[in-house]
Design a protein around this ligand. Structure first.
Ligand code: ASP
Length: 587
């Protein structure tokens, strides 16, 4: 039977006691982490969010008898005296490891069923079981740490933005669609039959309207909802640190965001050098084959096209003659690769979409390439141009410029991972800027926004908006860490006509634009300041700073990759009466 806490008050957390406390009485409240019953002596490890403290029960037969019932995860109150541990039992791996509490009284505040897994660091349990019993999983020190870190990062961000003149302002959850390229979650209205609210994909329109409303600087730790195809590390709802500034220029946004990220890094004791690198989208694609370049290692993609313009190797010569390129990169230390290893590399490249992969290297006998037709002189020339060492291997692929780089970019990452060429503990932050404004959607025969429809084109590209939309670059920027996109944003369109023109280029009729965004187009006509902003993915920042590979490790109650909440079994069916009230017929 459970005993009462009564007036017993905690004097110390389970992570607090130190040798200086020896001789004091302490009251600890927490969970039994482990019991070791040595007959006339019993050790209890008592755990709470702050740590573990060893409790010893000895000499009091009645107490000993009662505490023998204790099992892992029982909730206890322990009152006792702090003692120094005998030298042979000191545990320096534990902050409280030099002391223990000699129990005078132990109250069992609640019992616990045997948990389906032990609350330990190194457990081998399926994610399904962990998520079903998330309240037990969350008790594990690692998740306690992660959620604590998330709290500290959030607090640091709030403080930082406050100090920089931002107001934290809430925007609606039940609202009208704000497009970010995903499907909306819809909420049927009971009082307006046949009408729906949309959950926000982002607060984009509202934050822009807040600029029109004169709030100057806005920030929100905002939950966003996107009904996207299931992908490994995506959640249907996720958190953004969403911000917007009036009279913003890209350098001003960069400065503010760099300061915010530096404040986050400080929470893990890392000082990141400011300002971050800046790289145009076109350069990122050419050199790294990705708009999220991982800059922790080299192996940059180079263009060797001109070297093959009159090459005896027909495939490359022809590719160049037809406007294609020959691109490649150097794999450090890979000249020694065996036949099987280079064959694997070629297969990998083909699986990524390359027509083939040619390699070249120095050998004891001279130089060698997988396409002999390149000729010794040709091979030497390209190896010299690549600038690698004798121990390295050069790989080459042909194709249209961006396509070749994108394949090589993926190969670069796969090889670097496999060959352990990515240094640990490095934080490489960069801005990627000047994205294209539009992407051609060949299925629907219209342009799509690369970012979202509120992104401003570069002024110098405005004249091409109608004549050559594919060439227009945007005042858009992403911030990248170690190959992960931490966030993105842009300077916005702030005049009605350009905004209406962009809607029309996206295939929206005037009628359609009016229905969906009429209120916004109208608001733009009442004195809209130039403005811009960005949103950072809080889940991803926390995961990276916690050293986790999945955002599910920093979200207290995540859904599975199948979009299911296993703990409360959502989504679930509902009462037919509820559906009737919402005017919904289940087909
Ligand atoms: N609303 C954008 C997003 O959710 C961010 C921004 O442009 O500020 O990605």
């Amino acid at each position: 039977m459970a005993e009462q806490l009564g007036s017993l008050a905690r004097t110390h957390t389970c992570g607090a006691l130190r040798p200086a406390d020896v001789g004091q009485n302490a009251v600890l409240l927490g969970w039994v982490h482990r019991v070791r019953d040595l007959g006339s002596l019993l050790f209890l490890d008592v755990r709470d969010r702050h740590g573990l403290t060893q409790v010893i029960v000895e000499g009091d037969d009645a107490l000993l008898e009662r505490t023998k019932r204790l099992r892992s995860e029982f909730v206890v109150a322990v009152l006792g005296e702090v003692e120094r541990r005998s030298p042979d039992t000191i545990n320096l791996g534990l902050p409280t490891g030099e002391v223990e509490v000699r129990a005078k009284e132990v109250r069992i505040l609640n019992e616990a069923k045997t948990p389906p897994f032990s609350i330990a660091e190194d457990m081998n349990v399926s994610e399904e079981t962990r998520l079903k019993y998330r309240y037990l999983d969350l008790r594990r020190p690692q998740l306690q740490h992660n959620i604590g870190l998330r709290h500290r990062i959030t607090m640091a961000l709030r403080k930082y933005f406050d100090e920089n003149g931002f107001y934290e302002i809430e925007t609606p959850i039940l609202t009208k669609s704000t497009p970010e390229g995903a499907r909306d979650f819809l909420v049927p209205s009971r009082v307006h039959p046949g009408e729906f609210y949309a959950l926000p994909q982002s607060p984009q329109i509202f934050k822009q309207i807040l600029m029109i409303a004169g709030f100057d600087r806005y920030v929100q730790i905002a939950r966003c909802f996107r009904d996207e195809a299931l992908r490994a590390d995506r959640q249907l709802e996720f958190t953004q640190v969403d911000l917007e500034m009036s009279f913003a220029t890209p350098p001003l946004v960069f400065e503010i965001v760099e300061g915010a990220l530096a404040a986050c890094f400080k929470e893990i004791g890392v000082e990141v050098p400011l300002p971050f690198r800046r790289m145009q989208y076109a350069e990122a694609i050419a050199k790294y084959g990705s708009d999220k370049p991982d800059l922790r290692f080299g192996m940059e993609i180079q263009d060797f096209g001109p070297l093959f313009a009159d090459s005896p190797f027909g495939i490359f010569r022809e590719a160049v003659a037809h406007g294609g390129t020959i691109r490649g990169f150097v794999i450090p230390g890979a000249a020694k690769f065996s036949r099987r290893e280079v064959d694997e590399l070629v297969e990998q490249a083909k699986a990524l979409g390359a027509a083939g992969l040619i390699y070249a290297r120095h050998t004891a006998e001279g130089v060698q390439a997988s396409a002999k037709a390149i000729g010794e002189e040709g091979i030497r020339k390209v190896l010299d141009a690549a600038g690698g060492a004798k121990e390295d291997l050069l790989v080459l692929a042909s194709g249209a410029a961006d396509a070749a780089s994108k394949v090589l970019g993926q190969l670069r990452l796969q090889v670097a991972k496999k060959q352990n060429l990515i240094p640990e503990g490095k934080w490489e932050l960069t801005w990627v800027t000047d994205f294209p404004l539009f992407d051609w959607n060949s299925d629907e025969k219209r342009w799509d926004s690369v970012n979202h429809p509120f992104t401003a084109p570069r002024e110098e590209d405005l004249p091409m908006l109608e004549s050559d939309p594919g060439k227009v670059l945007a005042k858009a920027y992403d911030v990248i860490l170690n190959g992960w996109e931490l966030g993105g944003g842009s300077i916005r369109i702030h005049d009605r006509d350009t905004q209406a023109k962009v809607f029309s280029l996206l295939g929206m009729s005037e009628e359609d634009a009016k229905n969906r965004f009429g209120f916004f187009l109208e608001s733009l006509e009442y004195g809209t300041p130039p403005h811009g902003g960005l949103a950072l993915g809080l889940d991803r920042i926390c995961a990276l700073l916690a050293g986790e590979t999945s955002i599910r490790e920093v979200i207290p109650f995540p859904k599975t990759t199948q979009a299911v909440d296993l703990m409360c079994d959502a989504p679930s069916t509902v009462d037919p009466r509820q559906l009737r009230e919402l005017h919904i017929k289940n087909t």
